[in-house]
Design a protein around this ligand. Structure first.
Ligand code: NAD
Ligand code: UDP
Length: 309
């Protein structure tokens, strides 16, 4: 049994991680400012004596006695991270410094939720961890991409300079129950639009690609990375199944039986054209690979959205 801090514990991924860690018999503290997360994601845990929720902002220092820290606090959808860009980059950088400082004092192992966005608009495809990326440092996505890149730098420097025990995962687009229906990400947008019979909003020509990982697979990857002693990462965790946004829309509409029509809107600035994880390292080092295909994962996610919207 470990005492584990999860920053961003009330978010989409954080709440699933809390469930998993509690199911394994750990004591879990969720730290969240509820900017994009929701208490509803963790209400089912409220009566659990092994679970504690703390309202706090990762930008401000915090003090706990813990064995492990998972740092997930950061808005993840483009509309939300662009809403207050300065706050977003502060969250990544100050949040990393505060988690690393805590880890150093407690001698805790600390995990950073990094992102495929560190590869920017990649000109290497699929993306291996050795690729340094193609990121615009001054664009509208930079607050997120560069914040996450700076956080990786901080993690590596605390590791080299102070011996802090770190793990870094680069997460590729993940979906599943408890996504915020209003957060503007493509899977939640398309499912909610299809269920409501609204127009499906395709940005650009819809030929850009993403690779979608089901949340349970991702969390399995997190826990495997955190609980082995061989590698620190960065390591890609994602599902290599790659789809265009048009394919995704058609898939979702067919599943929902929706009569929505597709509407084409402007492509947001710096939107990556393609993205697919190279998961060779995760297979070799963590014996990890995704087990839930898009069909099954979408069915579960559609069922969830039917029950909440
Ligand atoms: P989310 O928005 O649902 O969760 C983020 C959580 O962090 C929310 O509960 C939010 O309230 C909290 N938060 C935000 N700013 C905070 C602050 N300053 N202080 C305290 N709490 C704060 O998003 P998610 O999809 O669950 O993402 C979790 C993490 O995984 C993020 O760090 C994100 O960058 C990373 N990630 C997610 C994906 C994905 O596809 N879901 C992909 C790459 C990386
Ligand atoms: N997208 C879209 N319609 C939407 C929302 C998103 O076509 O309603 C596109 C978006 O332009 C991007 C892809 O879907 O090319 C994935 O977007 P998301 O915001 O989910 O993730 P990210 O761009 O951060 O990978």
């Amino acid at each position: 049994m470990k005492r584990i801090l999860v920053t961003g514990g009330a978010g989409f991924l954080g709440s699933h991680l809390c469930d998993r860690l509690l199911a394994e018999g750990n004591e879990v503290i969720s730290l969240d400012n509820y900017f994009t997360g929701s208490k509803q994601n963790i209400t089912h845990l409220a009566g659990n004596p092994m679970f504690e929720q703390v309202r706090h902002d990762v930008i401000d220092p915090f003090k706990f006695e813990v064995d492990q820290i998972y740092n997930l606090a950061c808005p993840a959808s483009p509309p939300h991270y662009q809403y207050n860009a300065i706050k977003t980059i502060k969250t990544s950088v100050m949040g990393a410094i505060n988690c690393l400082g805590l880890a150093k004092r407690c001698k805790a192992r600390v995990f950073q939720a990094s992102t495929s966005e560190v590869y920017g608009d990649p000109d290497v495809h699929p993306q291996p961890e050795s690729y340094w990326g193609n990121v615009n440092p001054i664009g509208i996505r930079s607050c997120y991409d560069e914040g996450k890149r700076a956080a990786e730098t901080l993690f590596m420097d605390y590791h080299r300079q102070n011996g802090v025990d770190i793990r870094i995962v680069r997460i590729f687009n993940t979906y599943g129950p408890r996504m915020n229906p209003e957060d503007g990400r493509v899977v939640s947008n398309f499912i909610c639009q299809a269920l409501r019979g609204e127009d499906i909003t395709i940005y650009g020509d819809g030929q850009q690609t993403r690779s979608f990982c089901y949340v349970d697979d991702l969390i399995e990857g997190f826990v495997r990375l955190m609980n082995q002693d061989e590698i620190t990462g960065p390591i890609n965790i994602g599902n290599p199944g790659e789809f265009t946004m048009l394919e995704l829309a058609e898939h979702i509409m067919a599943k929902v039986g929706s009569k929505s029509k597709l509407v084409f809107q402007d492509l947001p600035g710096d939107d990556p054209k393609q993205r697919q994880p190279d998961i060779t390292l995760a297979k070799e080092k963590l014996d990890w690979q995704p087990t839930v295909d898009l069909d099954t994962g979408l069915d579960r996610t559609i069922d969830y959205f039917r029950s909440v919207i």
